[in-house]
Design a protein around this ligand. Structure first.
Ligand code: MSP
Length: 627
């Protein structure tokens, strides 16, 4: 049966980071492993483009949501193309076909009696696009997942009868104990379900950037909750509810890879939605941990986000792939550091693998003009048996999704090859006239590299192809060399450029504290600055200037109305500013800007991406002093 594997679809309010690359590379590895074993496997990835967070990000950049998502979705697709990710589907939740499919799913669930209208009262985290009950919040207000402040909302909403699926979900997990891997993650989910499932709010109102409800319901106040929309992206590209050629049968054998933070959506809501739609449930949900940087969560505000494109450009794409998969046991969190990556690559890829290829080529050329042949491997019997045992053990590491262990074990066959060179000293054997024995050793090593390259192809596809080119083997040898545990007797080698040159650390993760702090002042100097809250009474574009606005600001009884010219025209329209409460320095020496008097300076902050916002003083009376 054809396999179908999915990455989560990525939010487009961010550029791709190393965590996104990790999930995507894992799925690519999964697909390539299936293909290597002669199975068909299709891979879906894509972008999650609706929701309040994305609407706000677009607004902050003065873009329409559509302009914004087109730009950022493209960055993801571009990167996966550059990384040679073998995806078959790239879904965008703003596609028309997806929109149709989501509306159809809503209608089906409604007809099946699983959707009703009610009121939602609780808290919402915009950053995670997640609803929380008071009980789940930290200190009654903060999001338990990302720590940000949640908004308390009370709104009319449509609900999905999740409570109806409590028992069905528990029965499903009982009948399919291995669906979630690693297994310890399953108990979290079972506990959550056993704690009781409340019905799920599946629509939002108050903003517009989302899929509207199907026409039969005739309610334009609501849009679909972004997670209902997003999860359905796993089936809409297969033709669910739209006119794309129907391949929904692929979903009979679906594997989802997800980070631990989004397991609940995939392990509770998603199967419940599928049950309601009478569709097959996923066969497998693989849950991976998080990458941290020096033990700290990646975040734009800390400035420690690792860009996978930079890492691949600096050290090589395959080095990054190998490191991500080999370094950390699947399911656990791992710390990303340049040092760890370089150490790992130098030890495993340069010293062990690259060196072995060089030695094989060097000796084969020197002694046999690159043509080696042997029928007799008697003196290498023990080594051959060890290699066979290791290779036979590998499959279980992949099926149990412990790819780090798969690589750890696989690399032992290269250690055996290197050790056999040290042990038998082919240069000494040549001197002693044992030419046949030397050929046996080199043919044995060529077999190890042929087997190894086939087996590490899912993780290092480029290096595998290079080695296969060097040894003149191809994927059709998988049966003989791996399944039948056979050996080839003859190789005619082709020289290839060194595969993994030694690396040096190009930068460190230590976040450099830029010393851009200004000269120290004392409080009396600060007190000389008169900052007050003012209400914008009027704002106009300054003629002939693309940057300046002229504002008339009321600073309360004592100061009155002042005129201030400010360079914010690219960030605010005059209408937006009207009645805004801002902070301004009012004792700055007046100046004329383009001939217009400016009697103060409004305070603003600009971030590294060029977004500028005024420092606002909402709810503070005009004239109040800022200290
Ligand atoms: N849009 C949702 C997924 C919808 S799937 C129907 C979403 N997107 S995301 O862009 O925020 O995250 C996508 C994936 O990246 C998640 O699996 C998440 O766990 C993973 N990662 C985000 N940061 C990560 C790390 N620092 N480390 C590893 N993976 C992380 O959630």
């Amino acid at each position: 049966m054809i396999k179908y594997v999915t990455t989560p679809i990525y939010y487009v309010n961010d550029i791709p980071h190393i965590g996104h690359a990790y999930t995507t590379i894992l799925c690519d590895m999964f697909k390539r492993y299936q293909v290597l074993k002669g199975k068909e496997c299709l891979l879906l990835t894509g972008t999650d483009e609706h929701g309040q967070k994305i609407e706000s990000s677009a607004k902050a950049r003065n873009k329409t949501p559509k302009e914004y998502v087109d730009e950022t979705s493209f960055k993801f697709q571009n990167l996966w193309n550059k990384f040679d990710i073998a995806y078959d589907y790239f879904v965008r939740t703003t596609n028309e076909a997806h929109d149709m499919g989501v509306k159809r799913a809503f209608e089906e669930m409604y007809k099946n009696g699983d959707i009703y209208k009610g009121h939602y009262e609780g808290n919402y985290c915009i950053s995670c696009e997640t609803f929380f009950t008071k009980r789940q919040l930290v200190d009654g207000i903060f999001c338990p997942d990302c720590g940000k402040e949640t908004n308390s909302i009370k709104e009319e909403s449509y609900f999905f009868r999740l409570s109806r699926y409590e028992k069905k979900l528990l029965d499903w997990y009982k009948a399919n104990p291995d669906v979630i891997m690693p297994l310890n993650k399953k108990s979290e989910i079972i506990n959550f379900i056993e704690g009781g499932l409340s019905d799920l709010s599946i629509t939002r109102s108050g903003f517009k950037w989302g899929i509207s409800l199907p026409p039969f319901i005739d309610d334009s106040k609501h849009i679909m909750y972004v997670w209902l929309d997003a999860l359905l992206s796993y089936i809409t590209p297969l033709g669910y509810g739209n006119d794309i050629p129907n391949k929904i049968y692929l979903f009979n054998n679906a594997t989802h890879f997800v980070g631990k933070d989004i397991l609940r959506f995939h392990a509770i809501y998603w199967p419940a939605f599928l049950m309601s739609l009478n569709l097959p449930l996923p066969k497998q949900i693989y849950v991976h941990g998080w990458w941290t940087i020096d033990g700290v969560k990646m975040s734009k505000s800390i400035g420690n986000v690792v860009n996978p494109d930079d890492i691949a450009n600096t050290y090589g794409l395959e080095v990054m792939r190998y490191f991500l998969i080999r370094e950390v046991p699947f399911g656990q969190d791992g710390d990303f550091s340049h040092k760890a990556l370089v150490d790992r690559a130098n030890a495993d890829l340069s010293d062990t693998l690259g060196n072995l290829v060089n030695r094989l080529l060097g000796m084969s050329e020197k002694y046999f003009d690159l043509n080696i042949e042997s029928e007799n491997f008697d003196y290498l019997k023990d080594e051959i048996n060890e290699v066979s045992t290791i290779i036979k053990s590998l499959e279980s590491y992949m099926t149990n999704m412990t790819p780090h262990k798969y690589l750890e074990e696989l690399w032992k066959i290269f250690d055996i090859a290197n050790a056999s060179i040290a042990k038998y000293e082919p240069w000494a054997m040549m001197k002693a006239g044992k030419k046949d024995e030397v050929q046996s050793l080199l043919v044995f090593i060529s077999n190890i590299l042929s087997k190894g390259a086939l087996l590490f192809y899912p993780i290092l596809p480029h290096a595998a192809r290079e080695i296969m080119k060097c040894l003149k083997v191809d994927f059709s040898y998988f049966g003989k060399l791996i399944e039948d545990d056979g050996l080839l007797n003859k190789f005619s080698l082709t020289k290839i450029p060194p595969l993994f040159p030694k690396l040096e650390i190009k930068t460190s993760n230590v976040i450099e504290k830029k010393s851009d702090i200004k000269e120290e002042i004392d409080i009396s100097q600060f007190n000389k600055i008169d900052i007050r809250v003012g209400r914008v009474v009027e704002a106009d574009i300054l003629k002939d200037s693309s940057k300046l606005l002229v504002l008339r600001i009321d600073f309360g009884e004592n100061v009155g109305i002042r005129q201030i010219v400010s360079g914010i025209a690219k960030h605010y329209s005059p209408d937006e500013l009207k009645d805004m409460l801002v902070c301004a320095i009012i004792n700055l020496k007046p100046v004329k800007l383009m001939g217009i008097l400016s009697e103060g300076m409004i305070l603003s902050a600009e971030d590294s991406s060029g977004i500028l916002r005024l420092i606002s003083a909402n709810d503070i009376e005009a004239g109040s002093v800022v200290r």
